[in-house]
Design a protein around this ligand. Structure first.
Ligand code: ADP
Length: 496
């Protein structure tokens, strides 16, 4: 199958944004083995593309290309690299509708959310294009009068990026834009469920003028992912791996990178607490929770997984939430009225069902949702549970679906302890209008990101990342650029 042959079903304004081969060394790359794998629309189960399934030789070819392109790319001035990235940013904006269409078809999220993600993805390209011009070094006051001590910031080298399906565009640009901006070259492996968005970004990168080998995309199905990962981790020319995905795969990659002492960024699972104190503005808390919990059908690593509500307001809050959730419209992401799209695959539905069943068997109660008729096999009815307790599976593991379990608590001290009783530490949310409490709780929560009186907090200028087993490193902000820079200390003697 060649590029574009299923464009008809995807209804793109610019059909050449549909590509089904990898992108290696400035050319579409079918892979040496000739294998293909299917990309399906989760809303219908229909196959929408058959894309190249790559073998380790293809990955090595991509690393060869990235290594060969590195000297030329890093030698360009930051201003030159950034001009190309700004063109890429403009092209992503210009093609937002097609990128969103590809994303909704392969991932399922509603078109409005897909468009918002494309713009969010573009924002990283713009931010790092600007920020890389300010990758300043230092001159350190010297302890010896005949010496000057300098610090240079240099690109780390070839970077590998392995990305998940829940944000098919933004996870790529959040990693690749800073790497490219500071002079690194990149090999990216998108998730097997969502290669089409990645390939459209590569096509726009080509049009923007990214030279051959600077940005490469390798593809593989679930079985090939492990083999591709092994090559990316073991090749000593790859100096940095940035991964977003499950904690289990993150641990494996960490181990695989040990022999070559690769620098790592890991953005792994979460188990976000969402705390509502009795003094909170409850309407604002509901609004924040609706945005944070049901976006992407609950399939984000920063989704509130445990909703703790102070006992004095728990019944009222639960009813307010149930009323809102009952009005959510579930269905195909292509329909304008849809607010919650399908889950990514049948296995995801099974996991959510299992969490729900276990919670019910331990005494939780459904206020709204669960099991209503849904328009597609992998849609899950948004559900509110009350009477959740810390021993339930739903409290310990990431549910990754549209189920909101409510736990009741009595005191600030108790809820901070409950919130921190997890090996994860990505996002945490709380609502309170008491300024003393706001500072105490923001300090006490073990999380890389804390949202106070807000349900949405991610943007390109702020550092995204977790503590504990949620990962290593930060993305976005100037901190996200440091992940792709090495520090070189230069001492110059005999100057007097
Ligand atoms: P999720 O549970 O969100 O699917 P995964 O961690 O399985 O998260 O997947 C995230 C990314 O990691 C995807 O691109 C996937 O193909 C890739 N991946 C999965 N298993 C491996 C592996 N063993 N080695 C390298 N990459 C992997």
């Amino acid at each position: 199958m060649t590029g574009g042959s299923r464009v008809g079903t995807l209804a793109l304004k610019d059909p050449s944004l549909f590509q089904d081969n990898g992108w290696v060394n400035g050319a579409w790359w079918p892979g040496v083995g000739g294998g293909r794998f299917e990309v399906t629309d989760p809303a219908t189960g229909e196959s929408i593309a058959s894309v190249a399934n790559m073998v380790p030789q293809d990955v090595s070819a991509a690393i060869d290309a990235a290594a060969a392109a590195l000297p030329g790319w890093r030698a360009r001035s930051a201003k030159e690299r950034c001009a190309i990235l700004k063109t890429w940013h403009s092209l992503i904006h210009a093609h937002v509708d097609d990128l969103a269409m590809l994303m909704t078809r392969e991932q399922g999220k509603p078109l409005t959310e897909a468009k918002a993600e494309v713009l969010y993805a573009a924002s990283f390209v713009e931010w790092f294009a600007e920020e890389a011009k300010r990758a300043y070094g230092e001159i350190i006051p010297s302890p010896a009068s005949d010496r000057e001590l300098l610090v240079f910031k240099e690109p780390i080298g070839v970077v590998a990026a392995i990305t998940p399906w829940n944000f098919p565009a933004a996870m790529i640009t959040r990693k690749c834009a800073p790497a490219l901006a500071v002079g690194c070259t990149v090999v990216v492996k998108p998730a097997e469920a969502t290669p089409l968005t990645a390939l459209a970004l590569a096509e726009l990168g080509r049009r923007a003028g990214l030279p051959a080998g600077v940005f490469n995309v390798v593809l593989g199905d679930a079985a090939a992912a492990a083999r591709i990962g092994e090559v990316l981790c073991s090749d000593t020319r790859v100096r940095k791996l940035s991964f977003t995905g499950s904690t289990e795969v993150g641990r494996l990659l960490y181990r695989q990178c040990a022999p070559s002492i690769k620098k790592l960024s890991l953005e792994l699972g979460g188990n976000a607490p969402f705390i509502v104190f009795a003094d909170a503005d409850l309407a604002a808390a509901i609004e924040g929770l609706m945005a944070a919990k049901f976006r992407n059908a609950g399939q984000t690593c920063i989704c509130p997984n445990r909703i703790f509500v102070q006992s004095a307001v728990v019944d009222r809050f639960a009813q307010m939430l149930a009323d809102k959730v009952a009005g959510l419209r579930v269905g195909s992401g292509l329909l304008a009225e849809t607010q919650v799209g399908p889950l990514i695959e049948a296995a995801a539905v099974e996991k959510v069902e299992a969490h729900l069943a276990e919670a019910l068997s331990q005494g939780a109660r459904v206020l709204v949702g669960e099991g209503g008729d849904t328009p597609a096999a992998v849609c899950f009815e948004p559900t509110v549970l009350v009477g959740a307790t810390p021993s339930m599976q739903i409290a310990r593991e990431e549910t990754f679906g549209p189920v909101a379990p409510i736990f009741s608590f009595e005191s600030e001290e108790e809820v901070v302890e409950l919130a921190n009783a997890t090996e994860f530490g990505l996002a945490a949310y709380f609502f309170s209008r008491d300024v003393g409490r706001v500072f105490r709780v923001a300090r006490a929560l073990e999380a890389g990101m804390v949202a106070v009186n807000a349900g949405a907090f991610s943007n390109e200028v702020a550092p995204f990342g977790g503590v504990k087993q949620s990962g290593l490193g930060r993305e976005g902000a100037r901190h996200g650029m440091d992940e792709y820079l090495e520090i070189k200390y230069v001492t110059m003697a005999g100057l007097r």
